[in-house]
Design a protein around this ligand. Structure first.
Ligand SMILES: CC(C)(COP(=O)(O)OP(=O)(O)OC[C@H]1O[C@@H](n2cnc3c(N)ncnc32)[C@H](O)[C@@H]1OP(=O)(O)O)[C@@H](O)C(=O)NCCC(=O)NCCS
Length: 228
């Protein structure tokens, strides 16, 4: 259920969502149930945020931004107008989103914000920059510090400046390197199989639009432990 906020400038702990006393949610912002907003955040008028999201310290959501369910926004992230974020996206600490390709202080382009779409389940690593006007595909993984200038396919792992694809990353965040005899990749954490056809990767075992079943939704080992 979505709840429309009245100008909360004081501590509020609504039954459905919680906002730290230091944060500001403008009149008309819409925030879904069980969403948490931590210290010094600003959610602007007309922003729409889904359920079960979290916004870390010093985050900002601009007018008209649309954010799905279960989105995790780490500290120091500003989400500018023109951005659409689907369900289950992870925005790492201090990553940068943009909305004008050619900003000039003397030229107003307020009606010309460019659109950026971050699709379901994608991860944007810490301190990465997303140049506007592109689509980041489902479950794509943008590594820490990358600068992404072009559309990114589903499950692509992008490294570096400028960002280049370096293989595939599973839905559980593991590089998919070696194919089995049937030409499929296996995720070491979930056991899910992935098939690449003509440069497009799909998961054989679960539809990209389905939620993860509970038995594979909690990690049991850290990333490094898989490769020790
Ligand atoms: C993408 C990532 C998972 C790769 O980790 P990894 O598998 O341990 O990488 P490896 O150490 O095996 O490195 C493989 C290659 O990629 C390079 N590489 C790894 N991470 C890189 C990065 N962020 N940017 C550029 N190159 C990177 C390595 O230098 C290495 O290159 P080489 O083969 O030429 O020597 C990791 O670097 C990353 O960015 N994680 C995101 C962390 C994050 O932002 N978390 C936010 C929440 S706290």
């Amino acid at each position: 259920m979505l709840t429309e906020c009245a100008v909360p400038l004081h501590p509020i702990f609504m039954p459905d969502f919680s906002i730290h006393a230091s944060s500001i949610v403008d009149d008309g912002a819409i925030i879904g149930a069980d969403t948490k907003i931590w210290h010094f955040a600003h959610i602007c008028r007309g922003a729409k945020i889904g359920e079960n999201c979290s916004f870390g310290q010093n985050t900002m959501v601009a007018p008209k931004v649309s954010i799905g369910n279960n989105v995790k926004v780490q500290n120091n992230v500003s989400i500018y107008s023109g951005t659409t974020i689907e369900d289950d996206v992870f925005l790492g600490p201090s990553c940068v989103l943009t909305n004008v390709s050619n900003p000039r202080s003397q030229v107003s382009r307020r009606s010309l914000y460019e659109e950026t779409l971050i699709r379901r389940g994608a991860t944007i690593g810490a301190n990465a920059t997303i140049v506007c006007g592109i689509t980041i595909g489902r479950y794509a993984f943008i590594s820490a510090g990358a600068v992404v200038t072009k559309d990114v396919p589903d499950y692509a792992m992008i490294l570096g400046v400028p960002g280049r694809q370096r293989g595939w990353m599973s839905r559980h965040g593991h590089p998919l390197k070696e194919k089995d005899a049937d030409g499929r990749f296996l995720c070491p954490e979930s056991g899910y199989c992935y098939q690449e056809t003509d440069g497009i990767l799909v998961c054989i075992d679960i539809d990209e639009e389905d939620s993860l079943p509970e038995n594979v939704a909690t990690g049991a080992k850290s990333y490094r432990e898989f490769y020790e």
